[in-house]
Each structure stands twice: as C-alpha cells, then as structure tokens.
Design a protein around this ligand. Structure first.
Ligand SMILES: Nc1ncnc2c1ncn2[C@@H]1O[C@H](COP(=O)(O)OP(=O)(O)OP(=O)(O)O)[C@@H](O)[C@H]1O
Length: 626
C-alpha cells in the first residue's frame, strides 16, 4: 500500500484528470433520483406527462454525459497503470539481472515476475476504477438523496456505513487468506512441476506412491486455503447485504411514516432510485472488486517487490553459489552413517586439480562409494570440509552440483525412451554431432548402429549390463560437468572397453576419480588412494606395491591366486615408505589395528591371511609391530 500511495503521489496531474472525469461520470448518479422524483411529482402524477418526459429526457442527457466521462476516465487510467507497469518491470528486470550476475537464474525470474507484473497492472487498474467509481457514485447519490429527503439520507447512511465498516474490518483477514492461498497454490505448482518433470524417473524407480504421498500435503493445503478464501467470500456477501439492501428495506418500512411526514411518492421513488441505481451497484463493485482483485493486487505486488528487492542479496536466486573451478579439496573429512557408528571415512585430506586422474582402491565395503558420494556432494561430511572450486559442496544446490560434477554409479540408469533422450539427459541441448563425439569416445558406436540410431527406442531390460553402462558413460561424457566420478561404472565392460572409456574420461577436461575394479584401472591413474578402513594412503602403483601389503593383496586377488607375498609379516603391514599418508588416526600412530575385521571378511581374504600368518589363530585382528 505504501508503494502504491507513493506512486500515486508522484502522478498528481493524472489523478486530477481522473477525478474530473469521474465527477462527470457521476452526474447521472447525482441527478437520477431528483429527475425521477420530479418526473413523477411534477409530471406524471400532476397530469403533465410532457414535464415528466422532459425530466426523464434530462436524465437521459446526463447519462450520455456520464458515458463521455466514463470514456475519458479510461484514458486517464492508462496514464496511471502504464507508468506503474514500467516502474515494476524496471524493478523486476533490475532485480533479475542482479540475481543473474550473482549466479542465479535471471531468465526464470524475468519470465515469472513479468507475468506477475501484468496481474498487478490489471488489478491496479481495476482497483482504481472501482474505488473512484464508488466514491463519486455514492457521494453523488447521497448528496442527491440529502437534497431530496434529508432525514431519509441520514436513515440510510447508517446501514451503508455499518456494511462498509464490516467489509473494512474483514479486509486484512481476506488479504491474509488470499496470501495463504497464493502461497499454497505456488507450493503445489512447484512440487507438482518437479514431480511431473521427473515422472519418467519416478516410474523407472517405482517411486509413484512416495511421490503421490509427498504431493498429498500440498494438495490438501491448497484445498484448505481455497475453502478459507470461500468462507471470506461469504463474509463479503454479508457486508453487501447490510450496506446495499438494508437501506432499501429502511426506505420501504419508513414509507408510510415518510408520506405522512409530507414526503411525496415521487421523492420515495427518487430515493429508491438513488439506492438501487447509485449506491447498490457501486457497493457491489467495491466489495466484489476490492475483495477479489484488490486482495490479489496487494499479495502479488508484495511478492514482486520482495523478489525484485533493491540489493543483490535480495535477488531470488542470488544465494545459489557457483564453484570457480572443478578443483576438489577435502580437509579433515570424517563421515559415518550413524551418530554412534564407526566412521567409514576418517580425517581425510585430499586435493584434486584439473587433469588429475585418481583411482580409489580398497576392499569391498571399506568406503569407496561413500568417499565418492562425499566428493559428489550427495553425502555431507560429519566433520571437516569438502569443497568444489573453492565453494563448500554443502552450499551448492542440486542444480548447480549437476552442472559441475557427474557421478556414474555401478548400476547404470537407462530409461525407456529414445537413445537420444537417454544420451542428452544431462545436456538437453546437445546436438547429434555432440552425441557422435561422446559415442565414439566411450565406444558406444556398435550399440547405436545395432539399435538403429539416436531416434531408436531403448528398452532398458533388453540391454546387457555392459551396454547400459556404455549408455550411462556416454551420457556422463556429454554432461557439462567437469569433475567426473566413476564408481565401478565400467565393471560390466571387458578390459578393452573399460580402458577405452576411462581414457576418454581422462582426456576430458576436469579431474577424474575412478573406483578401480581391475588392476589396469588403477594402473592408468596418476595417483592411487588406498582405503583400508582406518588409514587412507595416497601413492602410485609402484610405491603401494612396494610398501602396502593390503594393496598387494588386492592386486594379487585381481591378478588371480598366486604365491603369497614374500615379505615378512612385520614388513607386510608396517612399512609405508614413499607413501603420502592422507588420513591420520591415533591407532595407526600407536600401532593399533590397521585392518578392520569386517573389511577383511568382505574381502574374502581370510584364507590369504591365514596363509600369510599360519601361526595366528585370531584372524579377526592383525597388529602392527610396535
Ligand atoms: N546408506 C547406508 N547406511 C548405513 N551404512 C551404509 C550405507 N551405505 C554404506 N554403508 C556401509 O558403509 C560402509 C562402506 O560402504 P561403501 O558402499 O562406501 O563401500 P565400498 O568400498 O564402496 O564397497 P563396494 O566395493 O562393495 O562397493 C559399508 O560397511 C556399508 O555397509
């Protein structure tokens, strides 16, 4: 309201013109009762029909004059509504640009807010017309009535004022309910829009019931908000009944008394004319117009001004931060799946730069996928900090994350649809040329040709696990994200297929992290991160073979059963020459357990261990030499 009042104060000339033409428009309202009263009393009842017709003719002329006034009020209205729209569009675009400069989605804001600007412009114009129409028509009618029958004017003014007071008292509640309705409506639209956009994935994952349950709340919320608005509409009807109809009843009930008091039949008819053709339509328009459009105006305007606010910080999407590069840094990262659970990743430091190629190696269940999820930002560290391009991963929203990193899990996601849609899933604007490049790079060409090209429909369960992985790899290769995380994403490919796909990703800009499934995969990487459940050790194949028995055990397992490593137990587990420790634990320093019993079990290396330590009967724990 403050904004609108300030705006109106800045346009006094337009307001003056509008008032003048509104007064002209109200001439028939002022004359109507008088003309009817005189036409009856001095004309038709006095046996002077010509006089009666002359008064009616005068009223008709006043109506023509009023129509000219109405026409000009619309011209004046444009002089207010268009500058208001210009002012709002300027604010909206300014706010959106500031937001876009801060990394937000400026285009979306412009599209959304310009639509709302049109709503404000229309409802503002409606509210101005309604208000000034009401003021002039009711004032004119009451002045005419006061001239015709002063006591009657006083009697009808009371219910009119009572009805208006009731309306004014309920207006804030109406605004609140309308605002709640708009919010509920928007929330439902947002949630439903999200669900519809992901419908294919929802069906593919069998999450229909879950999504339906998640949408049930907003649907109920919107229905409740709409019922509350409907209840307020009933209150609006009551205000209209009191202000519009009660005065008519008052006149009818008072007629015998008024006639006895000297009021003529024509004057009574004139009074009814003022009420039924002047006051009542004006009230109807005011209560209906302000109760609906006016409330919508207030709520929508409030949203625009808040979203388009003055500073960059107020922009709707300005909070969405963007990483500068695809560099990754983990500092002291510790993560466990439950508050009292043993950490899966503990106190880990790691840096990845553009062009780095890191392989993660470790026994099954040791935390490789967990670490990848921490790097991808799908899990958040319990302690420590994970950053992508200098920004905390926790501060990046899902959309931003998707633009900067791509994670390909072991279970490749392929949906029923065309091959083109499957491949363009992470980059919808990709051309067929882009697709060709990705397809050739990861080795998907044979499958594309066998299926019949990009328009061919893909049925996921008719593809082999390896073929599905190739589709997922090509899709990830195409994605705009620079950081690529392959979590055993090539485990169903043969060694040559895996080599080709990994090389393609290594040649792509940005860091590459691969959870190694074969020794060759680890060999291709510049650095290898060995996870053993307590320590994480960074090295190369050469340094880890030389000094990390667990690595030798894993690699030996991959290479096939062979003779047990010849190193003595002390050297097997204790030496870390040439390795860069990236995680520290007190246990490692004071010679505690280095291999978690669960990890050994999951490695199914218990046999190996027993072979290496034939004297031990406790296979659960292996102690470091002190
Ligand atoms: N959502 C979860 N909730 C609880 N524990 C989990 C969850 N996901 C994994 N874990 C546990 O965390 C540990 C590490 O699991 P993770 O999947 O990271 O290991 P991994 O090294 O990738 O295993 P694999 O090589 O078998 O894929 C395991 O003990 C696992 O049981």
């Amino acid at each position: 309201m403050r904004y609108l009042l300030r705006f109106l104060r800045r346009h006094p000339a337009e307001l003056g013109r509008l008032a003048w033409w509104s007064a002209v428009e109200a001439v028939p309202a002022v004359l109507s009762g008088q003309a009817v009263a005189h036409a009856v009393d001095r004309g038709f009842l006095a046996g002077q029909p010509r006089t009666g017709l002359a008064w009616l003719g005068l009223l008709a002329a006043a109506v023509v004059l009023g129509a000219a006034g109405t026409r000009n009020t619309y011209r004046c209205l444009a002089g207010l509504a268009e500058p208001l729209r210009d002012d709002l569009v300027t604010r909206v675009v300014g706010g959106a640009l500031r937001s876009a400069a801060g990394g937000g989605d400026g285009r979306g804001a412009v599209a959304r807010l310009t639509h709302q600007v049109e709503i404000v412009r229309d409802t503002f114009a409606g509210a101005v017309m309604t208000l000034r129409g009401f003021l002039f028509a009711v004032t004119g009618a009451l002045l005419g009535l006061a001239a015709l029958a002063p006591r009657l004017a006083l009697a009808v003014a009371a219910p009119i004022l009572a009805g208006l007071a009731l309306f004014a008292a309920t207006l804030p509640a109406m605004v609140a309910r309308q605002r709640a309705y708009v919010h509920a409506d928007e929330e439902l639209a947002d949630r439903a829009g999200l669900a519809f956009a992901g419908l294919r994935d929802v069906v593919a994952c069998g999450a229909e019931d879950r999504v339906a349950a998640a949408l049930a709340g907003p649907v109920d919320g919107q229905a409740a908000a709409e019922r509350a608005v409907a209840r307020m509409t009933a209150v609006r009807g009551l205000s209209l009944a009191v202000a519009g109809w009660l005065p008519v009843v008052v006149v009818l009930l008072a007629t015998p008394w008024l006639i006895r008091g000297g009021l003529t039949a024509g004057a009574v008819l004139g009074a009814l004319t003022y009420l039924l053709h002047g006051v009542q339509p004006a009230l109807n328009t005011l209560i209906g117009g302000l109760g609906g459009g006016g409330v919508r105006l207030t709520v929508t305007l409030e949203r625009i001004l808040r979203a388009a606010g003055p500073g960059p910080a107020a922009g709707p999407a300005s909070a969405a931060r963007q990483p500068d590069t695809a560099d990754v840094s983990l500092r002291g990262v510790t993560f466990s799946y439950g508050r009292h659970a043993e950490p899966v990743v503990r106190d880990l430091d790691l840096d990845l730069r553009d062009g780095d190629h890191l392989a993660i190696v470790g026994p099954s269940g040791i935390g490789k996928s967990t670490l990848v999820a921490l790097l991808a930002g799908t899990l958040r560290p319990g302690r420590g900090e994970a950053r992508l391009g200098g920004t905390r991963l926790a501060d990046l929203d899902a959309r931003t994350l998707a633009r900067h990193r791509v994670l390909i899990p072991q279970e490749a996601y392929v949906f029923s649809g065309t091959l083109r849609d499957n491949l363009r899933y992470l980059r919808p604007a990709a051309t067929d040329r882009d697709l060709d490049r990705a397809v050739d790079a990861v080795g998907l060409r044979d499958l594309v040709e066998r299926l019949g090209g990009y328009p061919a429909t893909v049925t996921p369960d008719r593809l082999s696990a390896g073929e599905r992985q190739l589709v997922a790899l090509a899709r990830a290769y195409l994605s705009p994200a620079r950081l690529a995380l392959l979590d055993e994403a090539t485990c169903h490919l043969d060694a040559a297929g895996e080599a080709r796909a990994e090389r393609a990703f290594a040649d792509r800009p940005g860091p590459l992290v691969v959870v190694a499934h074969r020794v060759t995969s680890a060999l291709r990487a510049d650095r290898i991160l060995l996870l053993d459940g307590r320590n994480a050790i960074l090295g190369t194949d050469e340094s880890l073979r030389r000094t990390a028995p667990l690595y030798r055990a894993i690699v030996g397992h991959w290479d096939g059963p062979g003779p047990a490593p010849s190193a003595e137990p002390a050297r097997l587990l204790g030496e870390t020459d040439g390795l860069q420790p990236v995680a520290r634990t007190g246990l490692a320093e004071n010679g505690g357990d280095v291999v978690a019993d669960g990890a050994w079990r999951q490695m199914q290396l218990r046999g190996d261990l027993l072979r290496r330590h034939p004297g031990r009967d406790d296979t659960e724990h292996v102690q470091l030499p002190r």
